[in-house]
Design a protein. Sequence first.
Length: 248
Amino acid sequence: MLGYTTLQAGELVREFMKGKRALQQGKINRVFYEKNSHVYIDSDFADVLRRIYGHPDLDTHSCAMANKGPHGVNATYFYGPDDLTDGYSEPWGAVPRHRILLNVMNPFSFRCYSNPPYGHAGACKKFCGKTSFELERHREIFRQTNECYEHSVIISTAIHGHDEKSLREWFTVVQSKCLLWYRVFELQFRVPDGRGGFEAKFVSPERTVVFMYMAAGPEEWRSKRVGEVRAVFEAHFQGRFEEVSLPR
């Protein structure tokens, strides 16, 4: 149902079992979170996220520092090493009632955001598998409860070396489930400066950055949201994007 081959499914089982064993030992696989994971969005993308969502309900792989301040994600809650939760293993959307804020923009849509760890093939494969699973899970939730789901992702898909061709196959599966898929150029981000603040940087030209958008809900609502998200994205990134035609 998720679109992966038997071989890929076996890889996913092995990767997720590693994460399960780590959680049972009271820890998470920090390699995934620390090898290039602390790349923080700046106003360059935060402004787009605000206009798409307001504030996300969930930041799937993150930390407190990435969520604070006017240029932070400002999600209602997040998963990550700060509180030993793992975005690969936790359900996206199963939020305790006391942690949900009223979503005045769309009270029936759970809004998910990801800027996941990259640079590690195992992490990218887990993210592809988890993203596909959560979309299917929320499609079923919509069928039963009419609750809609949106997921916006900004991610670097570049892995150099022997894993590069393999990862293209993984991202092709995710791409087939998306409603929008853009390559983004000259994206500005932030890195901690070691003094409690941030230093602004730009993504290296040789690194591929992708923005993807997917949703579960009624067709009319999904079409409306695609038009709104496309308009916001293209108005902001004028001359700095390339839309990729999606398989249908």
